[in-house]
Design a protein around this ligand. Structure first.
Ligand code: C2E
Ligand code: CA
Ligand code: CA
Length: 450
């Protein structure tokens, strides 16, 4: 009996210890292995691969849910948690018992497979994963639906566990970029591109720290007079080598890393200061600033905007915020509430690139917007494509009939101008002026000439 008691004591202690280790190595919501345990198992698998390369391939699948945030926003966190638990269960079901299914946090899952005969097998697994995740999950009578973007990376003798996770993550990111609900494989090409992403991100951080974000200004004119009534602030990044990076290069990275919040606030603040100085000469001049989804979603949006206006001594109606259709449509109710509040205070709210997203007419009635910006792709086609011309005409009419302002973007030629001259819309484009630094903009303005 004594021995038995001792044994019981030991097992009792053991389970407590096991429980402790378990919580350090498992995700508490889904009970799947967590990042620490995944890295440990990956390290061991890589060692086995190095010892016995003929046993087959080792693949890591990085899975990120598409549309998870929308589920959380629409149905609440309880629904989000339920969905994650179900995804964990399904992933465990479709994998072999020898595979590792881990949750890295949020809506990120990783599957580790060893001894695969071919790369085609890894692709088949990715498809199984996508199918398992995209089946709707029942929740209080309403099905919750998400899809998965999957990145595949293969283990090798030269890669570490951490690198392998990073490579699979990079491939997953590529799958997202290429339209989500799909899988991509990490290869040399992606490696090259991901290092350039890292460089842009580093440049961006440095630029923000050293105030190397510059703001250029492009005129917005009234028609048919061509009088400048406003300016759009457009961000530029001064790189360490002195060259200027354009938004297409750095805005996606900034959005992805969250740096856009800081960048956007910087652009807003400095453009407001600049406008205040210009309004000494042109008291009616107004300012348009682009707002990204991340900025719009933040709880302090109204405070940030009001503070920028107050610090510059500007009235609210001097400022317009431009958001794209997709930002507006994907916004949570709380975001729309904040935009509504800003509009009530006098700030103009506009839909940028109008016509390229999927806004329906009903949204024009429901969203807190005061003006539309017709996308420049329609303007570009206007003089040789009848449909484009009709679209521009119709959208400007629609805007006015709904009591909204309208700006036609990307006007480059007199011929294009001719087509919109009598629509009553405002216009913006290279024909009237390119985006330029503040000092150049001043020189172009009549009040600056003696
Ligand atoms: P956007 O808001 O649609 O800005 C207008 C873009 O069209 C600018 O490009 C401008 O240079 C270009 N553009 C203006 N007129 C013409 C024209 O006649 N022809 C042609 N082909 N293009 C014209 P840019 O400066 O490269 O900015 C690109 C986009 O980057 C912007 O598109 C905006 O979505 C984003 N962006 C720029 N600055 C910021 C910022 O501070 N914050 C955020 N969130 N986004 C920004
Ligand atoms: Ca814009
Ligand atoms: Ca635009």
């Amino acid at each position: 009996t004594c021995l038995l008691l001792q044994l019981e004591d030991i097992t009792g202690r053991k389970t407590a210890e096991q429980r402790l280790t378990r919580s350090a190595l498992h995700d508490s919501l889904t009970d799947l292995p967590n990042r620490a345990m995944l890295l440990d198992r990956t390290g061991r698998a890589l060692a086995r691969l190095a010892r016995r390369p003929n046993d087959g391939l080792m693949a890591m699948l990085f899975c990120d849910l598409d549309g998870f945030k929308a589920v959380n926003d629409t149905h609440g966190h309880a629904a989000g948690d339920e969905l994650l638990v179900e995804v964990a269960r399904r992933l465990s079901q479709v994998m072999r018992p020898t595979d590792t299914v881990a949750r890295l946090g949020g809506d990120e899952f990783v599957v580790l497979c060893e001894n695969l005969p071919t790369t085609a097998e890894a692709t088949r697994i990715a498809v199984r994963v996508e199918q398992a995740i995209s089946r709707p999950v029942p929740w209080r009578g309403q099905p919750l639906t998400v899809t998965a973007s999957v990145g595949i990376a293969y283990g090798s003798a030269t890669v570490s566990a951490q690198e392998l996770v990073r490579n699979a993550d990079t491939a997953m990111y590529q799958a997202k970029t290429l339209g989500k609900n799909r899988h991509e494989v990490f290869d040399e090409d992606l490696r090259a591109r991901s290092t350039s992403r890292v460089r842009v991100e580093n440049d961006l951080r440095t630029a923000l720290r050293t105030a190397n974000v510059e703001v250029h200004y492009q005129p917005i004119v009234e028609l048919p007079t061509r009088r400048v009534t406003g300016v759009e602030a457009l961000a530029r990044l001064r790189l360490p080598d002195g060259t200027l990076a354009m938004p297409a290069e750095f805005i996606p990275v900034a959005e992805d890393t969250g740096l856009i919040v800081e960048l956007g606030a910087h652009v807003l603040r400095s453009a407001c200061q600049q406008l205040a100085a210009w309004r000494e000469h042109a008291p009616d001049l107004h300012l348009a600033v682009n707002l990204s989804a991340r900025q719009a979603a933040r709880a302090d949006l109204c405070d940030v905007v009001q503070a920028a206006l107050a610090d510059a001594g500007l009235p609210a109606h001097a400022l317009a915020l431009e958001l794209t259709e997709s930002v507006l449509l994907e916004s949570a109710r709380s975001t729309l509430g904040k935009l509504g509040e800003l509009r009530e205070s006098g700030v103009q709210i506009g839909i940028d690139d109008f016509g390229t997203g999927y806004a329906s007419l009903r949204y024009l009635r429901d969203l807190p917007v005061t003006f539309l910006k017709v996308d420049r792709s329609f303007v570009a086609g206007m003089t040789h494509n009848h449909h484009d011309a009709v679209i521009v005409q119709t959208v400007t009419r629609l805007a006015f009939d709904l009591g909204l302002g309208c700006i036609v973007e990307g006007v480059e030629t007199e011929a294009q101008l001719g087509r919109i001259l009598d629509t009553g819309a405002h216009a913006q484009g290279y024909l009237f002026g390119r985006p330029v630094p503040a000092t150049d903009f001043e020189r172009q303005m009549s009040w600056a000439t003696p």
